[in-house]
Design a protein around this ligand. Structure first.
Ligand code: XMP
Ligand code: MG
Length: 178
C-alpha cells in the first residue's frame, strides 16, 4: 500500500473505551443473571484477537474462552459476500450465556451467520454481540451489535487485530490509509 497510515483512534483512547465497554457488559450480565453465572466469550479469529484479549481482562463474571475462525473478506478491502467457516468447533453451549466478540461489524453478514448458528445449532440461552468497531453505514443485513466500542465511517481500517492482506494486525491503534 503506497498510501500513508494515519491514526483514527490512538491506543490510549481505544483501551480506555474498551474498559468502559467492559463495564457496560458487566452491568448487563450483573443485572440479568448476577455475577456468578458463567459467560462463554467467543473470539472470532483472527481479527478480534486483540480486542478480545483486552476486553476479557475487565470482565467480572466467571468466563470460558472459545475461538472460532470465519472469513468473509477475500484479499483486499471488499467483502466476498459469503462466510467461510474455517473452524466452528465449540463445546456444548445449550442454556449458556454467550458473548460473541468480533473486530468489526461491516455488512453484518458474518455476525448474522454466527448469531443464527449460536441460537439455532448451539441453542445457547442468551447470545450477545460485542464488536470493537461498528461501521453502520456499510450495513446490508438487519443486525446491530449489542455492545460496541467505537463508530467508524465508511473507510477501510487496520490495526488492533484488523488487517490489510494479513498485515497491520499488531499495530496498537486503529489506523486508516490516506
Ligand atoms: P461483515 O461484512 O461480514 O464483515 O460484517 C465483517 C468482517 O469483514 C472484515 N472487515 C474489515 N477488516 N478493515 C479490516 O481490516 C475494515 O475496515 C473491515 N471491514 C470489514 C472483518 O474481518 C470482519 O470480521
Ligand atoms: Mg473478522
Amino acid at each position: 500500500m503506497d498510501k500513508e497510515l494515519k491514526i483514527l483512534v490512538d491506543s490510549e483512547k481505544l483501551i480506555a473505551r474498551i474498559k468502559e465497554l467492559a463495564d457496560e457488559i458487566n452491568g448487563y450480565y450483573e443485572k440479568n443473571y448476577g455475577l456468578n453465572e458463567e459467560l462463554t466469550i467467543v473470539c472470532v479469529l483472527k481479527g478480534a484477537v486483540m480486542f478480545f484479549a483486552e476486553l476479557s481482562k475487565y470482565l467480572n463474571m466467571p468466563t470460558c474462552m472459545e475461538f472460532v475462525s470465519l472469513s468473509s473478506y477475500g484479499a483486499g478491502e471488499k467483502s466476498s459476500g459469503k462466510v467461510s467457516a474455517l473452524n466452528l468447533s465449540l463445546p456444548p453451549l445449550e442454556n449458556k450465556n454467550v458473548l460473541v466478540v468480533e473486530d468489526i461489524m461491516d455488512t453484518g453478514l458474518t455476525l448474522k451467520f454466527l448469531l443464527d448458528f449460536m441460537k439455532t445449532k448451539c441453542k445457547a440461552k442468551d447470545v450477545k454481540l460485542a464488536v470493537m468497531c461498528d461501521k453502520k453505514c456499510a450495513r446490508k443485513y438487519d443486525i446491530s451489535p449489542d455492545f460496541y466500542a467505537i463508530d467508524v465511517d465508511d473507510k477501510f481500517i487496520v490495526g488492533f487485530g484488523l488487517d490489510y492482506n494479513e498485515n497491520y494486525r499488531n499495530i496498537p491503534y486503529i489506523g486508516y490509509f490516506e
